[in-house]
Design a protein around this ligand. Sequence first.
Ligand SMILES: CC(C)(COP(=O)(O)OP(=O)(O)OC[C@H]1O[C@@H](n2cnc3c(N)ncnc32)[C@H](O)[C@@H]1OP(=O)(O)O)[C@@H](O)C(=O)NCCC(=O)NCCS
Length: 158
Amino acid sequence: MKEKLILKANTKKPNFKNVELDDIEKIVSIEVNCHISPWTKKNFLDSINAGYTFQVLKDDHLIIGYYIASFAADECELLNITVKKNFQRQGFGTAIINHLIKNCLKRKTLNLFLEVRKSNKNAILLYEKEGFNEVGIRPNYYKALKGKEDAVLMAKSL
Ligand SMILES: CC(C)(COP(=O)(O)OP(=O)(O)OC[C@H]1O[C@@H](n2cnc3c(N)ncnc32)[C@H](O)[C@@H]1OP(=O)(O)O)[C@@H](O)C(=O)NCCC(=O)NCCS
């Protein structure tokens, strides 16, 4: 609640920045709050070292969300998209997908892929709204709170 007030009082628009090493601790704590199987600090550092696109949506120093994507030839895979709990359902997830799509168009990407837990209905709704279609299922792909859960493979042609 406090953070929503800070955001509204600030006249600057949140914008996307390349991740900085100083962001990582904050990102790890957002990640732990938002995911069933959160990425670790090492996963994030490995992503930086691998040269993945790692963009952070910030309002001044406040981290609202982030995404990580891997580009290869004319394909892109969205590996992580997260909006901090207090800022969810305010259009930031949509802003992140749109930023990623702009990035894809700049790089002449033809197909954008992602995987999502079958139970993650909110994320699936967001992806469908942004023009992704289901193209496959990976059975028992994720660890779940109990047992395993399918991944839905989604794609968007650009
Ligand atoms: C999925 C996630 C990125 C969406 O971000 P967000 O900022 O809340 O998304 P938006 O506000 O842009 O919502 C866009 C649409 O998604 C759907 N949606 C998102 N959250 C929803 C919710 N809690 N309940 C119902 N629909 C929801 C709605 O259709 C919404 O449009 P609407 O608000 O006009 O109805 C965010 O919930 C998140 O970080 N979740 C935890 C991490 C995660 O699951 N990442 C995806 C892994 S594949």
